[in-house]
Write a protein that binds this ligand. Structure first.
Ligand code: AMP
Length: 277
C-alpha cells in the first residue's frame, strides 16, 4: 500500500524509523504525469533500496514561463495507481506552501554547468531545480536519488550541487526510456496533437544520424540536423550542440565523453533529447 504524505514532518518521522531499522532509502523526484520512464527510475531505486519514496511536486520555481506551469499535466490519481502497482512505499506530494512557506528566502544557484543550453533558453530554470532538489534531499534525508539521463544537463547540475554542498545523497543517473519509434518518453508528449506526435520521432532520428556523422568526422552534421528537423515539421530549434557530457562545455569534435543535446519546438511543445556521440 503506497502511503501519501503531504507534510515534511510526517516524511521525516517515517524515514527516521526506516533508518533506525537499517533500511536504505531511495528517492525518485518527479513532477507527476507519470509514464514508463519515471517507473524505470522507481525500479532502479527498488533494486538498490529497501524503501522507495516517489515525490510529485510541480515546482513553480523552475518554470520561467507561467503558461507552461499552468499547462503542465496534473494527474495525481492515475499517478498514485501506477506507484501503487509498482509497490512504492510512499508518495510525497506536498502542496506548494509546504515547500515554500511564507518567508521562504533562499535560492540554490549552480554556476558553470547550469549556464548554457537549458540554462540559456530558460533563465532561472536550474536555480529552481537546484533549490527544490536540495530541499527534497534535506526533507527526505534519502540515501540515494534517481534521475533520468533524459534531462542530461539537469543530472549534471544535480551532481555538481551534491558535490559542491557535500550533500550525503548518492545520485544515480538512469537510461532514457523511449517509445517504440524512438521518441523519448516525457510528460509533455501528452500535449502533442496527433499531427505533432507523428512528427516528433524525427528528433531522435535526426540526432542519431548527426551523432553518426560527427563520429565520421562531418563538420556539417549539426547544420544538417537543424535543417532536417525544420524539414520534418519542427517549428524552431533552441539548440543542437555537441558538448562535454560532464562540464557541458562546447566541443568541436567528439571525445569519449561527448554528448549531443537538442531542444526544439513542435506545435507549441518544447521537446528535449540527448545521446552520447
Ligand atoms: P519530470 O517529472 O519530467 O520532472 O521527470 C522526473 C524524473 O524522471 C527526472 O529525473 C527525469 O529525467 C526522469 N525522466 C523523465 N522522462 C524520462 C525517460 N523517458 N526516461 C528516463 N527517465 C526519465
Amino acid at each position: 500500500m503506497t502511503e501519501i504524505i503531504r507534510k515534511v514532518t510526517d516524511l521525516r518521522a517515517l524515514v527516521a524509523g526506516w533508518h533506525r531499522a537499517g533500511d536504505t532509502v531511495g528517492l525518485v523526484p518527479t513532477m507527476g504525469a507519470l509514464h514508463a520512464g519515471h517507473l524505470s527510475l522507481v525500479r532502479a531505486a527498488q533494486a538498490d533500496c529497501a524503501r522507495v519514496i516517489a515525490t510529485i511536486f510541480v515546482n513553480p520555481k523552475q518554470f520561467n514561463n507561467p503558461a507552461d506551469l499552468a499547462k503542465y499535466p496534473r494527474t495525481e490519481a492515475a499517478d498514485l495507481a501506477l506507484l501503487q502497482q509498482a509497490g512504492v512505499d510512499v508518495l510525497f506530494a506536498p502542496p506548494p506552501e509546504e515547500v515554500y512557506p511564507l518567508g521562504f528566502a533562499s535560492t540554490v544557484s549552480v554556476a558553470g554547468v547550469a549556464g548554457p543550453l537549458e540554462g540559456a533558453s530558460r533563465p532561472g530554470h536550474f536555480d529552481g531545480v537546484a533549490t527544490v532538489v536540495a530541499k527534497l534531499f534535506g526533507m527526505s534525508r534519502a540515501d540515494r536519488a534517481y534521475f533520468g539521463q533524459k534531462d542530461w544537463q539537469q543530472l549534471q547540475v544535480v551532481r555538481r550541487l551534491v558535490a559542491d554542498l557535500n550533500l550525503p545523497t548518492l545520485v544515480i543517473g538512469c537510461e532514457t526510456l523511449r517509445e517504440a519509434d524512438g521518441l523519448a518518453m516525457s510528460s509533455r508528449n501528452t500535449r502533442l496533437s496527433p499531427r505533432a506526435r507523428a512528427i516528433a520521432p524525427a528528433l531522435y532520428v535526426a540526432i542519431s544520424r548527426a551523432a553518426r556523422d560527427l563520429r565520421a568526422g562531418s563538420l556539417a552534421a549539426l547544420d544538417t540536423c537543424h535543417a532536417a528537423l525544420l524539414d520534418a515539421g519542427f517549428d524552431s530549434i533552441d539548440y543542437i550542440d555537441l558538448r562535454d557530457g560532464e562540464t557541458l562545455l562546447p566541443l568541436s569534435a567528439p571525445t569519449s565523453t561527448a554528448r549531443l543535446l537538442v531542444a526544439a519546438w513542435l506545435d507549441g511543445v518544447r521537446l528535449i533529447d540527448n545521446i552520447p556521440v
